[in-house]
Write a new protein. Structure first.
Length: 227
């Protein structure tokens, strides 16, 4: 297992954040050995996990309060928190220290930094790779998206269905992002993951893959309570 790096001192960028960009969303049916044993879930909430479907997202933020950056995140199900049962991000990499530090401070999201190597192909095939500081390429995604574009129904999704919760350094953070934009159906041509760095999504079956061609998102200020 990798250890969380300590970020350098960066300028604070308090919530709310307004972001724009593109990306991919995946729903993956995973075996229990991955969901409960290889998902990097904090011990305090691990026993309350429910669900067979995990969610992952690759996001290319073109505009944010801390500048452009890339992101790959993983949600292994829902967990019991003081505010109720919510999905929670258990593993996430981003490409900038500014995103790491402010993501931890604002929402308790356990962000780590790595290098992202992206290639958006003119043939509608995109390739995304993640590389650790020691040079290890620990995620390699080859994705294809379709032609037809349709609206993202984000603004009509009830808050309870898009509310996330995180536990971080003795605090519990609860927040409900909002997003709107456009989607395309997509498919995973091939992907590989080093489970020491990121859950091995290749062990499961992809139920759905979507490319978000453009989005506008708001990450609001979190409700925070001491544990």
């Amino acid at each position: 297992m990798t250890q969380l790096q300590e970020p350098p001192v960066v300028a604070p960028a308090p919530a709310p954040w307004r972001l724009k960009g593109q990306g991919y969303i995946f729903a993956v049916l995973l075996p229990e050995r991955v969901l409960s044993g290889q998902s990097f879930v904090p011990a305090a909430i691990a026993g309350s996990r429910r669900g067979r479907v995990a969610y992952a997202m690759f996001v290319d933020y073109a505009d944010s309060p801390v500048g452009p950056y890339h992101e790959l995140l993983y949600i292994p199900g829902s967990f019991a928190f003081g505010s109720g049962r919510h999905p929670s991000i258990s593993k996430i990499y981003v490409s900038s220290w500014e995103s790491v530090a402010n993501g931890r401070d604002n929402w308790g999201i356990p962000k780590e930094r790595c290098d992202f190597l992206t290639n958006y192909g003119a043939d509608r095939i995109d390739r995304i790779r993640l590389r650790a500081d020691d040079g290890t390429v620990f995620a390699d995604l080859q994705l294809e998206h379709k032609f037809l574009r349709f609206p993202m129904p984000g603004r009509w999704v009830p808050a309870r269905l898009r509310t996330l919760a995180q536990q971080w350094q003795g605090k519990e953070f609860t927040f409900s992002p909002e997003a709107n934009g456009h989607l395309k159906w997509a498919s995973v041509l091939h992907w590989e993951f080093n489970p020491d760095y990121f859950p091995d999504l290749a062990q499961g079956r992809v139920l759905a893959a979507l490319k978000v061609t453009d989005f506008s998102m708001v990450f609001p200020e979190a409700e925070v309570r001491a544990l």
